[in-house]
Design a protein around this ligand. Sequence first.
Ligand SMILES: CC(C)(COP(=O)(O)OP(=O)(O)OC[C@H]1O[C@@H](n2cnc3c(N)ncnc32)[C@H](O)[C@@H]1OP(=O)(O)O)[C@@H](O)C(=O)NCCC(=O)NCCS
Length: 290
Amino acid sequence: MKAIVRSAKKSDLSSLEDLYTQCMGEFEYTFYKTNFRSYISSHRDLIKVSEEPSGIISGFVLVYISNPQKARIQAMFVSANYRNRGNGTKLLGAIEKEILTNYPKLRYLSIRIPEEYFLFQSFFLNQNFEIIAKINGYVKNNLDFPYSVNKNFFIRNARESDLEGILRIEKACFSTYWQMSKVKFQQIMKNPSEVLFVAFWEGKIVGYNFNAVSQINQSGNYIRIATLPDLQQKRIATSLTAHAFKWFRAHKIDRIVLSTYANSPVHNNMYKKWGFIKNDQEVILARKYY
Ligand SMILES: CC(C)(COP(=O)(O)OP(=O)(O)OC[C@H]1O[C@@H](n2cnc3c(N)ncnc32)[C@H](O)[C@@H]1OP(=O)(O)O)[C@@H](O)C(=O)NCCC(=O)NCCS
C-alpha cells in the first residue's frame, strides 16, 4: 500500500516538528519554533504531508510564498525508511498543484539546497528544476569596518519617493529571478527590523543597500547591495556598507551574515576584503513557469 499525500492538519504538528528538525538540524532564523507552529496553523494548504497506511507521517514539503510570482520550498524531507517509493514526487506534485491553483502568475518554484544535501540535487534536476545560482555564505564576527568611503555620495534611509530610482537599479543589476518588487521595497521601509539605504549623486539614486537584524540569534543579515553599472568601482558599495555597519552596531548584534554568487571573484574578493569569512555553500534550483 502506498502513502497518500494531503494538506497538513492540526494533529500533524508534532510529527512535522520532528521531521523538520531531522531535516534542518534545529529550528533556525526563518523558522524558529513558535514561528514554525504559527505558520503550520495558518498555512496548512502550503504544507503537504505523506501519510503511510500505518498512519505515520513519512514526509512533508513546506512552501513559503514571498510574492505571487515566487514560491520557495522552505523545507522538504522524506524519512530515510520511506525513500525511493515516489513520496517526494507526490509531495512536489501536490504542492505545485496547490500553488498554481491559487497563484496562476507563478514564475518560479525554488529551493535552496545546503552543502550537506548536495547529493539530493539530482532529485530536483530530474523534476525539471534548473540551477539558478551557486551561492557562498559568509560570516563576520565583529562590526569593524575601517575602509575608506567616497564622501561625494550622499547616503540616507530610503523613502517612498525613492522607489522609482531603486527599481531602476534593480532592473539594471539583477536578473529577473533576483529582482525584488515595489511592494517588497515598501514592506522593507515599514519593517523596524529591516533597513534600506540609498546613495545619491547629483540628485540621482545610484546605489542601494538592504539589511535586516534578528534579535533571536543576535545576528545581522546583509541582504543586498547594488550600484548602477555606470558608476561602479567608485566606492559607492563601500560607502553604503560603512553606513550599514553603523546601523548594525546600533542594533548590538554579534555577527553579520551574507550570501553571494559563488562564481564571482569580484563579489567574493570584496566580502573577504571586508573581513567576512566563507562558511558554507548552497545551490539554488528553480522550476520555471512562463
Ligand atoms: C558588487 C557591487 C555592488 C560593487 O559596487 P561598487 O560600488 O562598484 O563597489 P566599490 O566601488 O565600493 O568597490 C568595492 C571593492 O570591490 C572592487 N570591485 C568592485 N567592482 C569590481 C570589478 N568589476 N572588478 C574588480 N574589482 C571590483 C573595488 O575595486 C573595491 O575594492 P578596493 O576597495 O580594494 O578598491 C556592484 O558591482 C553591483 O552593483 N553589482 C550588481 C549587483 C550585485 O551583484 N550585488 C551583489 C549581490 S547581492
